[in-house]
Design a protein around this ligand. Structure first.
Ligand code: AVJ
Ligand code: FE
Length: 443
């Protein structure tokens, strides 16, 4: 977006808004009836129609009222779709818009957004001072786009928890089988790197500002931990060995009674998994997903390793030691292409550990973006010099509250909502996210 002239930027924004809406419809009104859209498939999740109307309401708030100064379309529903007013478990009881009402509301908001776009000041030259910070390089439009993509990923987690006839495609467009790895881990020498960004136009507030971090040498896995490697821990009795777990982790293990990743089960001596309503053999070579932070941590202790810190993850993913420069993606600044990563809900599953050699980082680490979100050992907080922008409820209210940082995006993450600086976070006990991990050690 930084390099586009105003008209090209407008067109890009309009195209991307259209594309994300198609994605949202494909996860809601295109595939499920009214009863299923209004139902709560898990207490951890909202009814799908809540997510749908919520993204419309967010778009109204930010692109119409804030960015364009247009009068409110439906101010009376703001409260219903305010995530802080109503916890997920209580949302089915709210007087939600029905799916057809939600569809009409979204279409109306969108029509006004596209009308307003023509008259919004977007920069005619780099860093045009006439463009307000909210609009600079299409920032607020980028924020709204990323927000809807993030909710689409949340909707996919709801689909995974849903019981009933499968409705999502059973695509198996897998890449060429993974190559043999040259080594299981990569050593990253001690030294400084630049963490975060101050100039990525669509970076969200928690990715800012850029700051230098000095790290001692460490080693990090070349690929994410696979189902086979995780299964070895399960079969070795890892869930029964208190010494492998932190205090909070062992408490979670005992209270939850869990003994394997979510959606795994054993039948006649064979490990199977349920994926979007279909049962299949557990694929050995795929990165493990649906483990919580505590499980990731326990596996690492069992393997004599540890989780990487967030800074270690970002250095391995983004730093080019020869150029002494940061990359927006592990492979460079070129946007994700077919050959780089498993992103964008092209497949409804991770791809084998060791896939995507063209997506390797400068240090030779694979699959940093796409496939599975990766738990890090770092608690979510603001970088030095953090400033909430444009609102504290996106990031700041979650700081220093025990959330752990997840990095890298997964197979469901859209390329627009994914880069080496992007930060995700969740409670350490959550397993519905498409998350796995890789391990590290001091070198
Ligand atoms: C960044 C994925 C943790 O879903 O809670 C959606 C994104 N923020 N609506 C979330 C978000 C507001 C957020 N995560
Ligand atoms: Fe939201």
């Amino acid at each position: 977006p930084r390099t586009l002239a105003p008209d090209a930027l407008r067109q890009h924004l309009a195209d991307e808004l259209e594309r994300v809406r198609g994605r949202s419809r494909g996860l809601t009104t295109d595939v499920l009836d009214e009863a299923e859209l209004l139902a709560q498939h898990s207490r951890l999740m909202s009814p799908l129609v809540w997510d749908l109307a919520h993204v419309g309401n967010y778009e109204e708030l930010w692109l119409l009222r804030e960015a364009a100064g247009v009068e409110a379309v439906r101010p009376e529903i703001d409260d219903l779709y305010d995530a802080f007013e109503h916890p997920r478990a209580t949302r089915p009881q709210l007087p939600l818009l029905r799916p057809d009402e939600a569809g009409d509301y979204l279409a109306l908001v969108r029509r006004k957004v596209l009308d307003a776009l023509d008259d919004l000041p977007l920069e005619a030259e780099p860093d045009d001072p006439a463009v307000p910070p909210l609009l600079r390089h299409g920032f607020v439009h980028g924020m709204v786009l990323q927000h809807e993509h993030q909710h689409d990923e949340t909707m996919l987690a709801t689909h995974q928890l849903r019981r009933g006839t499968p409705v999502l495609p059973a695509t198996d467009r897998l890449p060429a089988p993974a190559a043999l790895l040259r080594s299981a881990e990569v050593v990253v020498p001690a030294g400084p790197f630049t963490m975060g960004t101050s100039d990525d136009p669509w970076a969200l507030d928690n990715e800012r500002p850029a700051h230098v971090v000095e790290l001692p040498a460490y080693a990090i896995d070349t690929v994410p931990v696979s189902n086979a490697a995780y299964r070895a821990f399960v079969e070795a009795g890892g869930y029964d060995d208190e010494r492998l777990w932190s205090e909070a982790g062992w408490r979670w293990r005992c209270e939850s009674g869990k003994r394997a990743p979510a959606f795994w089960f054993r039948e006649a001596g064979q490990w199977l998994r349920r994926r979007f309503g279909r049962v299949e053999e557990l694929p050995d070579a795929e990165p493990v997903q649906h483990v919580c932070f505590h499980e990731a941590e326990a596996w690492c202790r069992w393997a004599g390793r540890r989780l990487p810190t967030e800074a270690e993850w970002e250095k391995a993913a983004s730093w080019d030691p020869d150029a002494q420069a940061k990359r927006r993606f592990p492979w460079g600044d070129e946007p994700p292409g077919e050959e780089h990563a498993n992103l964008g809900q092209v497949r409804y599953r991770p791809t084998e550990a060791g896939s995507w050699p063209a997506g390797a980082s400068a240090y030779g680490v694979l699959q940093l973006l796409g496939d599975v979100w990766e738990w890090t050992s770092t608690e979510f907080t603001g970088y030095p010099g953090f400033r909430a922008f444009p609102y504290a409820e996106y990031s700041e209210v979650f700081f220093d509250d025990g959330y752990r940082v997840l990095r890298g995006g997964c197979w469901a993450t859209d390329p627009q909502a994914c880069r080496t600086t992007f930060r995700n976070w969740d409670h350490p006990i959550r397993r519905q996210v498409f998350a796995g991990f890789r391990s590290a050690r001091d070198a």
